[in-house]
Design a protein around this ligand. Structure first.
Ligand code: TEU
Length: 549
């Protein structure tokens, strides 16, 4: 039997996504060309040369559609246009063309589980009344036992049903402003077919699918079990709104549409699924040969900086994804999680929780973030870089309460601050805010820490030891080295405890020291790159080295 992963190395460039390094742009916070304090499409365009020079293969742009931005744009009011705050469709067309000219692919974000309450179809549904065709595009239901139709909780706090004036309730698994589409209605299915084609025809190379595991619901609407007296959002097998079998029919349909583009110059279009599903056996269902091509590996993001944890995640992921012929992906941070420099500077067990209340050593976090970058980029498959990862940005945990914008803050009754701390605008240049985020001195929509001047792209560009220079060097080697990207790894039997060491053919070895003492470097021809200074044939703690062997 042929080995699907090994075979892929000889397949045409159509399989670029199997080893792509994808850079996530959160448009509000990336770069502001018009100086209104909010990032925009022309800001991204101006920074395309930076991204090409960094050495990534593709850019994924978080939602840029018209939206009241009540969930940062994941509340879409029109799937076929650009938010006027961010620019115009003409700007988007120009961005796609300019990116392609620089050899960068463009992925955009599809949000199919819900829209914004400002979407015209939801507005029409509100007016049309119970039992109407308009309401059937969403989940409208009558009161049950004097309350909402089910006990389902919403993602950002509170229940998942909102009652309207005529007494009916509508379902919103996320914010109250994000009504869920009814994917049992053929009009919804056809609408999303048309949205995919709209953007594919404009030249986008693919989509990241938001909450790719939630579109299908159990139509009998059963309650979820209680945990500690509260209804759970846990993704247990059989959960009525997560990982229902119906999602796979939708993905197969989209895959067929993407494959229709196989004969265009760019080749077939691609998808990456956002589905926080564990274990990897479940995620693998989304990347079977006739479904989405890839999925974010959030087990890697969730793993603590611990050799045993990481090894388990790497093995489990690759075993399960390779079994269906899909590449693994590696993710350390995104716009929903505490930045990994901060997580890695904390006690292992607290990594993803407790913003602002956990003691954090940011120097240690930076050292580990460097080591993690070289681990991530050496592993087989694709890799994601969240904007600012390459600058070593920490989470901003002391944003004043009055600027917090994530719906989590309001919906949790001001008990959970939410995700704004990883969405602070990028520092590009200069010595004080706005650090070149926009022209002039106007301040960005979220304030930047005053002490970020050493983290700007400009200040790091000239420093060979900077975080940015490490990323650039790693991406350059990754691009040229035949062992890196898609393929296999073999664990080295001679690695001491607490050390991750693997070989990739031809002639590449990656060694990560997560033990509590320096270790001797294994025999090698040459050091290709190290995340920190190597002392005399020794690999210090929290350091990764790439070796030619
Ligand atoms: O996130 C889906 C998701 O599972 C997250 O909401 C996660 O539960 C939460 O961020 C934990 O803090 C996607 C987007 O990435 C996120 O930004 C959106 O808010 C969400 O979908 C709704 O569209």
């Amino acid at each position: 039997m042929s080995d699907p992963v090994a075979d892929s190395r000889t397949r045409p460039a159509d399989d670029w996504w199997r080893s792509a390094v994808v850079y996530q742009v959160y448009p509000r916070s990336f770069a502001d060309a018009d100086g209104d304090g909010t990032g925009d499409v022309n800001g991204i365009r101006a920074r395309l040369p930076y991204l090409a020079d960094l050495g990534v293969d593709a850019i994924w742009i978080s939602p840029w559609y018209p939206s009241p931005l009540l969930d940062g744009g994941y509340d879409v009011a029109d799937y076929r246009d650009i938010n006027p705050e961010f620019g115009t469709l003409a700007d988007a067309d120009a961005l796609i063309a300019e990116a392609h000219a620089l050899g960068l692919r463009i992925l955009i974000d599809l949000v199919p589980n819900h829209c914004s309450w400002e979407h015209p179809w939801f507005q029409a549904a509100l007016k049309a009344g119970r039992g109407s065709a308009e309401r059937d595009l969403f989940w409208f239901r009558d009161t049950k036992d004097g309350g909402p139709p089910t006990n389902w909780p919403a993602a950002f706090g509170g229940g998942a049903w909102q009652q309207i004036e005529d007494g009916q309730w509508y379902l919103h698994l996320f914010d109250i402003s994000q009504p869920d589409w009814n994917w049992d209605n053929p009009k919804v299915i056809e609408e999303f077919d048309a949205i995919l084609r709209f953007w594919f025809d404009r030249g986008v190379d693919g989509f990241r699918i938001d909450v790719a595991d939630s579109m299908a619901k159990d139509p009998t609407l059963p309650d979820v079990p209680l945990h500690n007296g509260e209804p759970t959002r846990e993704k247990y097998v059989g959960n009525p709104f997560y990982d229902q079998p119906g999602v796979h029919t939708i993905h197969q349909r989209w895959r067929a549409i993407a494959d229709e583009y196989a004969d265009t110059p760019q080749g077939a279009r691609v998808f990456v699924a956002e589905a926080w599903l564990s274990p990897a056996e479940r995620l693998a269902q989304y990347v079977r040969p006739d479904e989405l091509q890839s999925a974010f590996n959030f087990d890697a993001l969730r793993a603590t900086w611990d050799a045993k944890d990481l090894r388990e995640v790497i093995d489990h992921t690759t075993e399960n994804l390779w079994a269906v012929g899909a590449p693994a992906t590696w993710v350390l941070s995104n716009h929903d999680t505490i930045r990994h420099r901060t997580r890695y500077g904390r006690d292992k067990r607290d990594a993803l929780e407790g913003a602002g209340v956990v003691p954090t050593d940011l120097q240690l976090g930076l050292r580990r973030a460097r080591a993690a970058a070289l681990l991530e980029l050496a592993l087989p498959g694709g890799a994601y870089i969240y904007q600012g990862d390459e600058l070593g940005l920490p989470e901003v945990e002391d944003l004043p309460e009055d600027v917090l914008d994530d719906p989590t803050w309001e919906r949790s009754g001001h008990t959970v601050r939410g995700r704004d701390g990883c969405r602070v605008p990028i520092p590009w240049s200069g010595t004080e805010p706005p650090f070149g985020f926009g022209p002039g001195t106007g301040q960005p929509w979220l304030p930047q820490p005053a002490d970020w001047s050493g983290l700007t792209a400009e200040s790091q560009a000239g420093d060979p030891d900077s975080h940015l220079s490490l990323y650039k060097a790693a991406l350059r080697i990754r691009r040229d080295h035949p062992a890196l990207g898609d393929g296999r790894l073999v664990w080295d039997a001679d690695a001491p405890a607490g050390v991750l060491s693997f070989t990739r053919e031809p002639g590449f070895r990656c060694v990560v020291n997560i033990s509590d003492a320096p270790v001797t470097l294994p025999p090698h021809q040459e050091v290709l790159l190290a995340s920190d200074q190597l002392a005399d044939g020794v690999l210090p703690v929290d350091t990764t080295v790439w070796l030619a062997v």
